[in-house]
Design a binder for this molecule. Structure first.
Ligand code: BTN
Length: 243
């Protein structure tokens, strides 16, 4: 991968967790890849099923400033990089689900988990964790509809090529995001938004809000038209379902 230090591990607990541990002795940027994860982490404390040798388990660590204001948009921007990577591999019909799930016809093909180390008000390190279902054909213990690159394209993918393609796309979007902010991606994001205009329920813990998805703001917040008019929602702990 261009200009990156890369660790390719065998079985790890989680590439995100390992990347956070490596931060104590290595300078970012760097990438950690693994063949399998025994404790793969998903959003909202969920488990990410990570069978040996089948999928991509990728964590890239970068340093950013003023992360508190950038983090939400960053997570959407990473979604754009994964979207472009999947399209490049010939996966048709990929869409984004706010904040950063990648779906094909409602089935999850990839997920993103950002984790922070350092001071969010100052300079800090972000672990960009990306899991892409690459060659998985049968999944056990996955509690949602899913698909994989192989199932969608009918071809096995070379995971090293997938990792390299993702690293190149990530580098490009991170640079543009740094220079121009999320505004540069807003149009592309909404054009690929799987649930644009759909009736949804937004779930936060025990609370639920119903509404119509209007799109995303320039900060990466979700615009929802509900009973009380338009509201903007943000935050990593929220989850969206179709009505
Ligand atoms: C989600 O959609 O819930 C996010 C899933 C993120 C999974 C990836 S796999 C590589 C990296 N290491 C982890 O433990 N999680 C992320």
């Amino acid at each position: 991968l261009p200009g990156r230090r890369v660790w390719v591990e065998d079985r790890v607990d989680s590439t995100n967790a390992l990347a956070l541990r490596y931060l104590t002795c290595h300078e970012p940027p760097f990438v950690v890849l693994a063949e399998a994860q025994t404790a793969g982490r998903g959003r909202r404390g969920r488990h990410w099923v990570s069978p040996y040798g089948e999928n991509l388990y990728f964590s890239q660590v970068i340093r950013i400033e003023r992360s508190a204001t950038q983090l939400q948009a960053l997570s959407l921007v990473v979604g754009v990089a994964v979207l472009r990577t999947l399209r490049q591999l010939g996966v048709a019909g990929v869409g984004l689900k706010w904040p950063n799930d990648l779906l094909v016809e409602g089935k999850k093909i990839a997920g993103i988990l950002l984790e922070l180390s350092g001071d969010p008000a100052d300079v800090c390190q972000v672990v960009i964790g990306v899991g892409i279902n690459a060659n998985m054909r049968a999944g056990s213990g996955i509690d949602q509809d899913w698909t994989s690159v192989c199932l969608e394209t009918g071809r096995q993918v070379e995971r090293s090529e997938l990792a390299a393609a993702l690293a190149v796309e990530l580098e490009q979007v991170l640079r543009v995001h740094c220079e121009q902010g999320f505004a540069a991606f807003h149009g592309e994001w909404e054009a690929s938004h799987a649930w644009q205009g759909r009736e949804v329920r937004l779930i936060s813990g025990v609370h639920e809000i119903g509404g119509t998805v209007l799109g995303v703001t320039i900060d990466g917040g979700l615009r929802l038209a509900g009973e009380g008019g338009e509201q903007v929602y943000s935050g990593g702990e929220l989850s969206l379902r179709l009505q």
